[in-house]
Design a binder for this molecule. Structure first.
Ligand code: SF4
Length: 558
């Protein structure tokens, strides 16, 4: 039986019927979204063979690959969520769980909690707790109780509420990237290694200015302070088994330096095309013809001075992806809007390589964060590079210009904006409302309306997260207006695209998903609208703010 059993938080292991943005559904509060609808839209669990999932979250596949360097396939088991118990027996030493938003403290989940004024757990938290309860039942009564470690990008939430580890009988939380040290870490945590010269018992935390602090805590395991904190590129293994949605990575780190973003602190590591292709081949062998190319900022791939894109490197990367045997489509996961705004020819070239078109929109998540020049300059002065706010137009003009370029070439950005940023004023939020309204009312030269989604994210001060008082946070009218404008546009987009956006191969499921997404977005907007009206928002003002009084508002820029 397996010595090490790996599993992910179940909110990460489904494909959400291959419908854009439905992955966000697990952030909804359980009190606001009926379980039957959530579970239908989440889609079925992945197929399995021998109790192992055919597809697993990318982070879990990376950990598996790192362990397979020292252990056999029999010793390391990624367990399917319906078959976990079959892998845990007297030989099992350690169970590892990877998680993204275990306590529901992520900015999207918080946006629902604050907007709906509820402390009811989100689905992400409910499923995390249910998984831990199952693991604890499975390991109870074993001759030598396997230890339980939680890792992944959501571990920061456990540093905010470390008492949760005790409450759920979690032995350890590991913080950080583990590709190069996974074997030593698992040996250490499973108790076979008497020496510990490699691991610090505690965690890193950051203040609002991203100053690093180390906090001792026996439940947490990290690399030693002042030692190398991240694996080198050559120590990062390629996945050995298929990942969900055909995800592979192109790079790690970002370096753009937005002051609210932890990713910027990680060193840049670019995966050569051959490395990317090896991972794609693993997914293609499992029948996947689509590549989700992960990075936190794809246009920073081998970037030049002032974060100018390296056009040759990007072209070579995309050519390499599309030329890999079996690949039909690809999309990068994240990028900056200033690059399409400044380099329309690059987007045209990439679109041609990626075969973008009316039947193949390239979806990409982009953090626009604000419509305010003041906040853009304050929190993310480099995100606009190589353009400069003021010199090359306002931030709104840059975003409008970039969206026009992207839509012209059939890229559909999924924007996020922030509410509750430090130093934010009501005027800043109204600038964000103006930006959303301008985008929502803009058309391309051929008359097509702008295609984009926008999702508000809530910044909640750490103090509130610690005290669990976030449901008592009151949104002011300008913040409500950002939510109102965002969900109004989302309902408009869903009415237009709900039936065409689902990639579910089953036509009936596609129809049902389309109906639920269309009606659900309309219903969600009605709920948000009522909350905003109750909060005193002048919704007529929110609908027209930023629009000129002409019949067909046009964006500034070209
Ligand atoms: S561009 Fe994106 S990933 Fe990079 S630092 Fe800014 S927010 Fe973070």
């Amino acid at each position: 039986m397996a010595r090490f059993v790996l599993i992910s938080d179940t909110s990460l292991s489904h494909d959400y019927r291959n419908t854009p943005l439905l992955d966000f559904l697990a952030s909804a509060p359980t009190s606001s979204l009926p379980g039957s609808i959530y579970h239908f839209l989440k889609g079925p669990a992945p197929p399995e063979t021998g109790g192992r999932p055919l597809f697993a979250p990318y982070s879990l596949r990376k950990l598996e690959a790192a362990l397979l360097r020292a252990y056999s396939h029999y010793e390391v088991a990624v367990a399917h969520e319906d078959h976990l118990e079959e892998f845990v027996d007297d030989d099992t030493e350690l169970i590892g769980v990877t998680t993204m938003d275990p306590l529901g403290l992520g900015p999207l989940t918080m946006s629902y909690s604050v907007l709906f004024g509820t402390s009811a757990p989100a689905y992400v938290r409910k499923e995390f707790e249910e998984l831990l309860a199952r693991i604890n039942r499975a390991r109870a009564g074993k001759q030598r109780k396997p230890r339980l470690v939680v890792g992944g990008p959501g571990v920061w939430e456990l540093t905010v509420r470390p008492e949760v580890l005790e409450a759920f009988s979690v032995d350890y939380a590991f913080q950080g990237e583990a590709d190069d040290i996974a074997v030593d870490l698992f040996e250490y945590l499973s108790g076979d290694s008497s020496e510990n010269t490699q691991f610090y018992r505690g965690f890193q935390t950051f203040d609002r200015s991203f100053h690093k602090q180390w906090v001792e805590n026996e439940k947490f395991v990290s690399r030693y302070p002042f030692s190398r904190q991240f694996p080198k590129l050559e120590d990062i293994p390629e996945i050995a088994n298929p990942s969900i949605k055909g995800m592979v990575e192109a790079m790690r780190g970002c370096g753009v330096g937005c002051d609210f973003c932890e990713v910027t602190l990680r060193p840049l590591r670019y995966c050569p095309v051959e490395k990317v292709q090896k991972e794609i081949a693993v997914n293609v062998a499992a029948g996947v013809d689509r590549v989700w190319l992960h990075s936190d900022e794809i246009f920073a791939y081998e970037h030049g001075a002032d974060y100018a894109p390296n056009e040759d490197a990007l072209v070579e990367l995309m050519r390499g992806v599309m030329a890999t045997h079996g690949v039909d489509r690809t999309n990068p996961t994240h990028g900056r809007i200033s690059i399409p705004a400044a380099y329309p020819d690059l987007i045209a070239r990439l679109s041609e390589i990626m075969r973008a078109g009316p039947d193949n929109w390239i979806g990409v998540q982009m953090g626009v964060e604000t419509g305010s020049d003041r906040l853009a300059k304050m929190h993310m002065p480099n995100k606009t590079l190589p353009l400069k706010v003021g010199q090359d137009g306002t931030w709104q003009e840059i975003v409008l210009r970039g969206t026009r370029v992207m839509n012209t070439h059939y890229w559909r950005p999924a924007f996020t904006v922030q509410v509750g940023q430090s130093g934010e004023t009501e005027e800043d939020n109204w600038e964000t409302v103006a930006l959303i309204n301008k985008l929502s009312n803009s058309t391309l030269d051929d008359g097509r309306p702008f295609e984009f989604t926008v999702t508000p994210m809530q910044n909640v001060p750490l103090g509130h997260l610690k005290s669990r008082e976030f449901s008592s946070l009151r949104l002011d009218q300008s913040q409500l207006a950002v939510y109102y404008a965002s969900y109004r546009h989302l309902a408009k987009m869903a009415a237009r695209n709900a039936f065409s956006s689902s990639g579910d191969p089953n036509p009936l499921a596609r129809l049902a998903t389309g109906l639920m997404v269309g009606l659900g977005s309309w219903g969600l907007f009605q709920i948000v609208s009522n909350i905003c009206k109750k909060g005193g928002l002048d919704v007529a003002k929110a609908e027209r703010h930023g629009l000129v009084a002409s019949a067909t508002p046009r964006p500034v820029g070209s």
